[in-house]
Design a protein around this ligand. Structure first.
Ligand code: RP5
Length: 183
């Protein structure tokens, strides 16, 4: 499903926010150009039937929207926030300053970036005491989705079971590949 004039690569066009279920995870990113990376977080959550909302919030270009999002997310039923940004990536840290919810940060490498995402990683990971952001590897939005699912699974036995099955499947797949190497 495509929404109005939204470009195909944008969060709105991808339709992750439209499942109808109450979103438990909020996925935000500094620019629609981050979506090529960040969609993997939404896809990981989709695999576990965890409803999420996906939108663009820029710490620098839309600071008032950031304050509104950070202050209201927990009141709207969001339980975990995943925030991705590139360059001077202040979005995850700033949203962590505004919300009481756990925040997972994803360093993004913007197209044409000169520092290979290292600038974003350091901007996100080096938080002052009292304002935690759980930071995943550069570009690894899938792990951010999986970590959000694990946080939710701590209070959801069905989700916990699905996570265990996922881990078992992953183990089996690796062992099958190992057999081919050994043969
Ligand atoms: C950051 O600047 C965004 O998170 C994005 O990674 C980067 C470039 O944004 P665009 O110029 O592509 O909109 O704030």
């Amino acid at each position: 499903e495509q929404g109005g004039a939204a470009p195909l690569s944008s969060p709105a066009a991808a339709g992750f926010s439209r499942s109808g279920a109450q979103p438990q995870v909020g996925i935000i990113m500094g620019s629609d150009s981050d979506f090529a990376t960040m969609r993997a977080a939404a896809e990981a959550l989709q695999e576990f039937d965890v409803a999420c909302e996906v939108t663009v919030v820029s710490a620098h270009r839309t600071p008032l929207r950031l304050v509104e999002y950070g202050k209201s997310a927990h009141k709207r039923g969001i339980k975990v926030i995943i925030a991705g940004a590139g360059g001077a990536a202040h979005l995850p840290g700033m949203v962590a300053a505004l919300t009481p919810l756990p925040v997972i940060g994803v360093p993004v490498t913007p197209p044409g970036a000169h520092l290979d995402g290292l600038d974003a990683l350091l901007s996100i990971v080096q938080m002052p005491r009292g304002v935690p952001v759980a930071t995943v590897a550069i570009g690894n939005a899938a792990n951010a989705g999986l970590l959000a699912a694990r946080i939710l699974a701590a209070h959801d036995t069905s989700l916990l079971l699905r996570m265990q099955l996922y881990q078992e499947d992953m183990e089996k797949a690796v062992l099958q590949k190992a057999e081919k190497v050994e043969a």
